[in-house]
Design a protein around this ligand. Structure first.
Ligand code: FAD
Ligand code: NAD
Length: 466
């Protein structure tokens, strides 16, 4: 069988790229080593984590907030088995949806590990058989895996990553989470809401360290209220596990001071690495860089003409929506189009409560690059909609160029800001000024009004409700 395009990996990069290529008239095959399509995002990432975040958030609201709303409940209980079963059902339906889309777009699905025989021939090693297919072009979309250094003694039982954490069926009494980044804080929230004593060990002196520092500080306050304990500027020097528990040795940075924490689980969430094992890249004339990424040029083409790479396996943010845009980009480029991705405006969201969302430059980045900027800020506690729902933690911050007033960055901590951020992204795509945003009529009462107020604050300190 000869294809125009073979896509290796069925995550959000691969399956979206495959659909777009098929829409543009190409004969497409997709190869996935697992039995379900959808990659990390659908199987062990975005979708299952958000399913558990939603379930645990309902439980926590019932326990902590309903009484204030005048709702009395007795006999409230968290059934984590049922939560995991519901999550599995959501995952299964979503993965089947991708299979349906492949069939609808006449994309051939192959199950097995793909490896290069040469740049135009791909070997597919299935459980019981193997076959080779020929192709004109290849898109590598093999994604990433969690980083698990040997000293953590990752055993998938007590020392775990997000993949195993998503399937815990008994609420742990105590969990140590190594890494105060996105995964650590999202999954830490799930378990803390269910009653687990969660302790986060973070090497830096702040959480979500790549985001605007003020957002990290604000989220830290909320997560401490939830009961999560933080050891900032601390690292882990060793983990010992038995069948039923683990002991994590934690050491203060730049000091000899160390202590042990005994817990049911140690969740290692210190980042992910590009995944290229088994691809036999050398046979195609390819290699990875020092960080394990497949190097690509501005058209996402590798050093071998006709082989492209997208998503977590290449440089840049490890985000599903970034991978999707790159899948579409390559398909359209192959069809002779002139696609474009604005890497400066890829939004980032952390699905804790309050949520964190951001787009564009942080204050730290603007300071480092010497750009003169002005700041507008509005706290959710001053917003009627937030008081109505009793979600008053957080703020929205708008950063705009001092001279031109162009919006350079928007950073939010608060209720439903995962959705509010899109207004900022859209406006910034059209290079709007803070004044443009401040003059747009926003529906009342909504959380989006906090964005308008922050823009008013940025343009002459004229926020109305502050
Ligand atoms: P992947 O989704 O990793 O897919 C790669 C696929 O390739 C896999 O299915 C793999 O089995 C397959 N593969 C690998 N090698 C081969 C081979 N040789 N042959 C055949 N198949 C192969 N991102 C967000 O934007 N929002 C979120 O809320 C979010 N939440 C997350 C939560 C968790 C717990 C995790 C772990 C990640 C989360 N992410 C989130 C990140 C997101 O999942 C990734 O950025 C995204 O999945 C990357 O897509 P991809 O297509 O590059 O690769
Ligand atoms: P991360 O990079 O977000 O956070 C890792 C954290 O671990 C950092 O704060 C880092 O300082 C810390 N760290 C690193 N080594 C350490 C050590 N030895 N001891 C203590 N702390 C250490 O990585 P992650 O949370 O594992 O997530 C991986 C990727 O998955 C991220 O790049 C993210 O883009 C993606 N993801 C996205 C979402 C989302 O969009 N909502 C959710 C989950 C995951």
């Amino acid at each position: 069988m000869k294809y125009d395009v073979v896509v290796i990996g069925s995550g959000p990069g691969g399956y979206v790229g495959a659909i777009r290529a098929a829409q543009l008239g190409m004969k497409v095959a997709i190869i996935e080593k697992y039995n379900t399509l959808g990659g990390t995002c659908l199987n062990v990432g975005c979708i299952p984590s958000k399913a558990l975040l939603d379930s645990s958030e309902h439980y926590h609201a019932a326990q902590e907030k309903f009484a204030d709303h005048g709702i009395q409940i007795s006999g409230l209980k968290a059934d984590i088995k049922k939560m995991v079963a519901r999550k599995n059902e959501v995952v299964s339906q979503t993965c089947k949806g991708v299979e349906f889309l492949m069939k609808k777009n006449k994309i051939d699905i192959y199950t097995g590990v793909a490896s290069f025989v040469n740049k135009n021939t791909i070997l597919i090693q299935g459980e019981n058989d193997k076959k080779e297919i020929e192709t004109d072009k290849v898109i590598i979309a093999t994604g990433s895996k969690p980083v698990t250094p040997a000293m953590f003694n990752y055993d998938k039982n007590r020392v775990i990553t997000s993949t195993e954490a998503l399937n815990i069926e008994k609420i742990p009494s105590k969990m140590v989470i190594v890494g105060g980044g996105v995964i650590g804080l999202e999954l830490g929230s799930v378990f803390a809401r269910l009653g687990t004593l969660v302790e986060v060990v973070e090497f830096m002196d702040k959480i979500i360290p790549t985001m605007d520092a003020e957002c990290g500080k604000e989220l830290l306050k909320s997560l401490k209220k939830l009961g999560i304990k933080f050891h900032l500027s601390h690292g882990v020097t060793g983990v010992k596990a038995t069948k039923t528990s683990c002991t994590v040795t934690v050491k203060k940075k730049d000091s000899e001071e160390s202590f042990d924490i005994k817990a049911d689980y140690c969740l290692v969430a210190i980042g992910r690495r590009p995944y290229t094992e088994g691809l036999n890249l050398e046979a195609a004339g390819l290699s990875t860089d020092e960080k394990g990424h497949i190097p690509v040029n501005e058209n996402l083409e590798t050093s071998v003409p006709g082989i492209f790479a997208i998503g977590d396996v290449i440089r840049g943010a490890m985000l599903a929506h970034k991978a999707e845009e790159e899948g579409v980009f390559v398909a359209e480029y192959l069809a002779g189009g002139k696609p474009h991705i604005n890497y400066d405006l890829i939004p980032g969201v952390v699905y804790t409560w309050p949520e964190v969302a951001a787009v564009g430059k942080t204050e730290e980045e603007l300071k480092a690059s010497g750009v003169s900027y002005k700041t507008g800020k509005f706290p959710f506690k001053a917003l009627g909609r937030a008081r109505a729902s009793m979600d008053t933690d957080g703020f929205i911050k708008v950063l705009a160029d001092t001279t031109t007033d162009e919006i350079l960055g928007v950073h939010m901590v608060g209720p439903r800001v995962a959705d509010v951020i899109m207004e900022a992204v859209s406006l910034m795509e059209f290079r709007a000024s803070a004044e443009d945003l401040a003059r747009i009529c926003h529906p009342h009462p909504t959380f989006t009004e906090a964005l308008k107020e922050a823009a008013l604050d940025a343009t002459g300190k004229r926020a109305i409700h502050m």
